[in-house]
Design a protein around this ligand. Sequence first.
Ligand code: NAP
Length: 313
Amino acid sequence: MSTRNVIIIGSGPAGLTAALYTARANLQPLLIEGLEAGGQLMMTTLVENWPGRKDGVMGPDLMMEMREQALKFGAEIVQNYVTSVDLCTTPFVVKTADHEYTAKTVIIATGASARLLGLPSERTLMGHGVSTCATCDGFFFRGHEIAVVGGGDSAMEEAMYLTRFASKVTLVHRRETLRASKIMQDKARANPKIVWRLNTELDEIIDHGKGEVTAMKLRDAKTGVVEEVPVSGVFVAIGHTPNTSLFKGQLELDANGYIITHDGSKTRVPGVFACGDVQDHIYRQAITAAGSGCMAALDAEHYLDGIPEHLQS
Ligand code: NAP
């Protein structure tokens, strides 16, 4: 198979938007979907903040529509996952378990995964009262009592944000000491709607049988005493892990493993671009990921316009 113009790795809003734009630019992109096709929106239910969809759209439906739109304009999408890349040679090499592809440009859109506690109920109730994104789902908990798990800046930020909607936010943290910066702690502590449960672990989320959250089981880490506390939502805010293990040693990563980009979506390797949550630990929204996917597509297009002659075959 001849060298591709563009290979896109990842199929969340960033990857699929990059596929749409590069397909419409007639670059015949190849998108390799990855293990969790569609990305984090596949774990959500109603998305109410996607501009233009005033009645909201279900996360999986939105991703399906984006996929169909990219296909309509000629993107090729393969259901496989990348096992290794070589970004030190040109053309770049991208391998799956059974194929080896070469490309003049690579757009990385492998996203980040919200860390989870590992409780079975957390998975089954995800999108049904359990969430990893306050901005996405806070609105659904107007007037409700909910919980946030975690002791870092994300947990403080999410708890404070959620007090706009919830009548009470119980912050559950496994240790006595918070990891969050002092300024964030101070702000959160000054918020009268936040109730603190330190030295406390979340043992279980109830009610798996009903398919909705009605309570949580909290265990005092010192005494071992377990207590059932009624809540209608649980926000897990224990950090994110960027999906960058494929690129370690080849691209510049920050201390938390996110790909460092400059001048839009450029990485330190010319011809390799990154977009979406894999390079953004701040905004993490579907719409910002899609916007950066568009930027990566345009950056790749501009790069290809100026590519040296010997790589154009
Ligand atoms: P983080 O700093 O790694 O904090 C994760 C928190 O979750 C920790 O308190 C940790 O507990 C807890 N945790 C981890 N695994 C757990 C488990 N299995 N069970 C229970 N608790 C668990 O992550 P983050 O809060 O997402 O922040 C990531 C980075 O982004 C940080 O550098 C942060 O400063 C930055 N950030 C900044 C802002 C802001 O400035 N506005 C907002 C958000 C994030 P332990 O403390 O016991 O380990």
